[in-house]
Design a protein around this ligand. Sequence first.
Ligand SMILES: [Zn+2]
Length: 139
Amino acid sequence: MKVICTQCGRMNVSCEAVINPNTKEFKEFTSESFFYGFCNDCNESVILTDVDETMDRIQAEYNKYVNMNNAIPKVASCKIVWKDTKDVSDVRIALSLDCQNDDDDDIFFYCNSYEDLKSLSGHGGEDFIVTEIYNFQED
Ligand SMILES: [Zn+2]
């Protein structure tokens, strides 16, 4: 587990959890815990994302697609968060730079491979972070 603030990328964050008030024993995270939280560095409410979880899901969805279709997917349907505005969008990301010339308005971003897509779930050089994978598609 590596839960980061989508604005600054740091791990100095807080989220909601259920505890036993008497023993302070941790019970569970609430359902939105890994989405809405507070960043102690940004000092405001932010969107959180679990980088490891997203990477694992991308890998699992990719394996599922390859097994079912006996082919490599060309597009990933994802949810992203914009670092600056905290806006959330559903987008399609191409998994090969080759199709860049196709001029497909539908494609939000082009990356090299699904491994490259995985790296977009971290706080990297782009203006957005991939926070969820819906599925992989043929085109
Ligand atoms: Zn932050």
